[in-house]
Design a protein around this ligand. Structure first.
Ligand SMILES: Nc1ncnc2c1ncn2[C@@H]1O[C@H](COP(=O)(O)OP(=O)(O)OP(=O)(O)O)[C@@H](O)[C@H]1O
Ligand SMILES: [Mg+2]
Length: 112
């Protein structure tokens, strides 16, 4: 893999998790080997992403127009870059609701 690029993806996702959730709440990072794939998940206990926004957050320069986003700084590039890097590795990146609340970003990469 392109280590520097994958570091950037994980860095972007951890930054988002910290930026969009209360600073006292934990951010969880996990990884697992699942058959021929490597899975990595970054989860937070923030507001989550509303269903109507889920397809748009991957767009270049897109930021959700809610309070959590307005109160923070960003260019709306992090997820767009993350998706491009994961696609270049023939993997996938997706959003899932976290339990009991918040966001989970799940990366799946082929092991070879
Ligand atoms: N963990 C999260 N919880 C809630 N909303 C999120 C989370 N991650 C991303 N978002 C929403 O998705 C939008 C796009 O995220 P993205 O990382 O691409 O941009 P950004 O964080 O605004 O700016 P940048 O990453 O370029 O500094 C964010 O503006 C925010 O509205
Ligand atoms: Mg970001």
């Amino acid at each position: 893999v392109d280590k520097e690029a994958l570091n950037k993806v994980i860095d972007n996702l951890i930054h988002n998790a910290c930026k969009y959730s209360p600073s006292t709440d934990p951010v969880t990072v996990s990884s697992a080997l699942v058959g021929p794939q490597v899975h990595m998940a970054i989860s937070d206990l923030g507001p989550g992403i509303p269903a109507r926004e889920r397809s748009k957050i991957w767009d270049k320069f897109y930021r959700i127009g809610n309070e959590e986003t307005r109160e923070t700084q960003g260019t709306g590039l992090g997820l767009w870059i993350a998706k491009a890097i994961i696609n270049a590795h023939k993997g996938s990146i997706s959003y899932k609701d976290n339990e009991p609340k918040g966001s989970t970003f799940l990366i799946k990469l082929p092991r070879s």
